[in-house]
Design a protein around this ligand. Sequence first.
Ligand SMILES: Cc1cc2nc3c(=O)[nH]c(=O)nc-3n(C[C@H](O)[C@H](O)[C@H](O)COP(=O)(O)OP(=O)(O)OC[C@H]3O[C@@H](n4cnc5c(N)ncnc54)[C@H](O)[C@@H]3O)c2cc1C
Ligand SMILES: NC(=O)c1ccc[n+]([C@@H]2O[C@H](COP(=O)([O-])OP(=O)(O)OC[C@H]3O[C@@H](n4cnc5c(N)ncnc54)[C@H](OP(=O)(O)O)[C@@H]3O)[C@@H](O)[C@H]2O)c1
Length: 282
Amino acid sequence: MTELKPVTEATAQKVSKPVMTPDAQTVTEVRHYTDRLFSFRVTRPQSLRFRSGEFVMIGLMGENGRPLLRAYSIASPSWDDELEFYSIKVPDGPLTSKLQHIQVGDQIILRPKPVGTLVHDALEPGRRLYFFSTGTGFAPFASLLRDPQTYEDYDEVIITHTCREVAELTYGAELIDSIRNDELLVELIGEDNLSKLKYYPTTTREESPKMGRITTLIENGELFSDLGVPPLDPENDRAMVCGSLAFNHDIKALLEKAGLEEGANSDPKQFVIEKAFVGDGI
Ligand SMILES: Cc1cc2nc3c(=O)[nH]c(=O)nc-3n(C[C@H](O)[C@H](O)[C@H](O)COP(=O)(O)OP(=O)(O)OC[C@H]3O[C@@H](n4cnc5c(N)ncnc54)[C@H](O)[C@@H]3O)c2cc1C
Ligand SMILES: NC(=O)c1ccc[n+]([C@@H]2O[C@H](COP(=O)([O-])OP(=O)(O)OC[C@H]3O[C@@H](n4cnc5c(N)ncnc54)[C@H](OP(=O)(O)O)[C@@H]3O)[C@@H](O)[C@H]2O)c1
């Protein structure tokens, strides 16, 4: 099994000249996890207010002198002084082929207009909150999992994260570990609330303690028996979903089969969905 350990060596080359735009933010930390995944933190504009779970447009100045921007979930919670992002590295991707080389002190562009449906306001009150994620779809939940409101509003908080390989779980595994052990986070969330959190990582192509697509584990009931919770029901359960289009489509069908209805900011219901990316092939 691959060890859960971040790749910390600087593989990056210097890429960005200072960005001459009012929306420039400075990179304060970069961590590489695999050849396809990294996270980074940037300064936060003082005026930026957002709800945990929302996304913004970020990017770099393109060679044509125009900003090259992409949607990114803010992975840090709304109370954090900085902003954190968790990113794919697409080898030929217009943005991430360059963004993957950022280093501390470089600048990125950040448009301060947060939006999105993975927010508490888009769900009716419930007893148990599920976060279902694959790949970088973990990012919005890295924000919501560090927001005290998540634990104040629910008796149980269940985060599932499915990736092909074990190393792709590292960012999420380290985040859960920090929620349980970091003094500041424990104090913010409240020690009594920590028992509400259940983490359910699975892999599909490399051996790990729990294998399988989460859709299969819902259908065969293993998710519920493993966690000791009842099957999905619209009375008690609420869900937020973030993954590929195919994943979102399949989870949506299962949630609707269990009687849950999709909500929105303007019409809160029992579950909400957001794409982790557009397109279906690298
Ligand atoms: C609402 C929303 C939120 C997003 N949040 C994030 C985020 O938090 N982190 C993040 O890494 N990306 C996120 N994305 C995807 C992001 O906007 C870009 O697509 C990604 O950064 C790649 O940019 P690119 O220009 O290099 O390649 P693009 O031309 O944008 O993408 C090329 C191809 O790469 C694949 N791809 C793109 N993004 C991903 C991904 N995240 N995981 C797996 N395959 C992918 C797709 O097949 C896509 O067709 C989000 C997208 C949306 C719509
Ligand atoms: N991850 C890699 O190592 C890797 C390497 C090179 C290129 N790529 C390319 O990058 C793109 C994105 O890859 P990714 O691994 O980040 O995301 P992904 O293909 O969406 O897979 C992420 C996880 O979600 C699972 N999954 C996918 N579709 C699902 C569905 N409909 N229902 C339930 N579970 C589902 C996958 O299981 P399955 O394994 O069963 O599909 C996998 O465990 C793909 O086009 C891929 O070809 C990936």
